[in-house]
Design a binder for this molecule. Structure first.
Ligand SMILES: *Cc1c(COP(=O)(O)O)cnc(C)c1O
Length: 391
């Protein structure tokens, strides 16, 4: 099977991890701060808090921003469930802002309209979580303007977007947000096996997130409520978690960061090859905004179903039968039974509904070779021209 995404591990990465295995500390040593520095240096941001998953990073970001019971958090329906679950963990309610029909990211104009209505009902969101789908940044300038007008905080879910840019800045610079979150799951651009990070320019948020990562414990005497009992002393100041990243993971991450630009360049090479090869097919290719340089985590096409004799599901199944592990990113989150059970009147999200009927993610990863790439293109050309399948 040719997967839709896959990690790219070098001998140097393996050496970096085995070196840690031979050292004194395989967790809570010096590798996490080194990895965090590689992220802050790369993104041009003040702080990075590395954790054990992107989901944990979203959770501590919500907690640090004070999300709790009675609050609303809004995100994109076309995302992984973690973008919404992080708010539910904090006892808040979630709603969804429909996507833009070109970028498939949260639409800033729909957000603007939804905010105006929410204001009249007194239920404005505390936090909005735009998701940079496929690695292309949302319209952060407009979302930031709206945050100033309506007083909400912004967490960028940049799980797909490390290595990307928005206007003059790297995604992760937090020029347009309070916190930016990355995921380092193996299908993402850079991997630590499992892992994530929350980035911010705000000292106080950084401190809170670092505490939530480690049980809410401080060893810093200036943060304590009474004098230290001795060198063993620590205080638990809030209810935190064990969301720490190990040194094994951080060493892998720091080693991978050396090749981040190369990974993204290879992904852009594939974008160009796909554009050359697929332009005449009955599909809509990804729209690339001139304000962004996508990290190109996913390559999502939409089927022009009225020009194809097979159904969306049949095309998907045929490609899988041919050995191409296409995927669908994503099922609108509010369609999940758990979200339905919460009895919230979500959206409405007609653009997300239409997208879900037509989208398919083709293979996109830095080590996709020319032979497999050609096979994907040829197979797609053939399947899209197949006669109808008799029911
Ligand atoms: C992968 C992903 C997450 C969660 O990241 P994990 O590291 O798997 O916990 C969150 N949001 C989006 C958009 C993702 O793709």
């Amino acid at each position: 099977m040719i997967p839709y995404g896959k990690q790219d591990i070098s001998e140097q990465d393996i050496e970096a991890v085995t070196e840690v295995l031979r050292s004194d500390f395989i967790t809570q040593g010096d590798q996490v701060p080194i990895f965090e520095k590689s992220l802050t240096d790369y993104c041009g941001v003040a702080h990075a808090v590395a954790v054990n998953s992107g989901t944990s990073a979203l959770h501590i970001a919500c907690l640090a921003l004070g999300v709790g019971k009675g609050d609303w958090v809004w995100t994109s329906p076309i995302s992984f469930v973690a973008s919404a679950n992080c708010a539910l963990y904090c006892g808040a309610s979630v709603d969804f802002v429909d996507i833009d029909s070109r970028s498939y990211n949260m639409s800033a104009s729909t957000l603007s309209k939804k905010l105006a209505v929410a204001k009249t009902h007194g239920c404005l969101p505390k936090v909005v979580i735009p998701v940079h789908l496929a690695g292309q940044s949302c319209d952060m300038e407009n979302i930031k303007h709206l945050s100033e007008e309506y007083g909400f905080s912004i967490i960028e879910d940049a799980s797909h977007a490390v290595g990307g840019r928005y206007l003059d800045d790297k995604v992760g610079s937090c020029q347009y947000s309070d916190v930016t979150v990355f995921s380092f799951h193996p299908v993402k651009i850079v991997t630590t096996g499992e892992g994530g990070a929350a980035l911010t320019n705000n000292d106080s948020l950084a401190k809170k997130m670092a505490a939530f990562r480690c049980h809410g414990i401080t060893r810093n005497e200036s943060d304590m409520t009474e004098e230290s009992h001795g060198p063993w002393y620590y205080q638990q100041m809030s209810l935190g978690f064990n969301y720490r990243m190990t040194d094994l993971q951080a060493a892998l991450g720091a080693s991978q960061m050396h090749r981040l630009d190369e990974f993204v360049q290879k992904r852009h090479h594939l974008i160009r090859r796909y554009t050359e090869s697929l332009s005449s097919l009955p599909i809509v290719l990804p729209w690339l905004s001139e304000n962004t340089y996508t990290a190109s985590h996913l390559y999502i096409v939409r089927l022009k179903l009225d020009e194809i004799s097979l159904s969306h599901r049949q095309v998907f199944t045929r490609l899988r039968e041919e050995g191409i592990a296409v995927n669908l990113h994503y099922i609108p989150i509010y369609k999940q039974p758990y979200f339905e059970s919460l009895c919230v009147e979500y959206g409405p999200c007609p653009n997300a509904e239409a997208y879900y009927q037509e989208a398919i993610s083709l293979p996109m990863f830095s080590s996709l070779n020319e032979k497999d790439f050609s096979f994907v293109v040829k197979t797609l050309q053939r399947v899209l021209n197949e006669p109808p399948i008799e029911p």
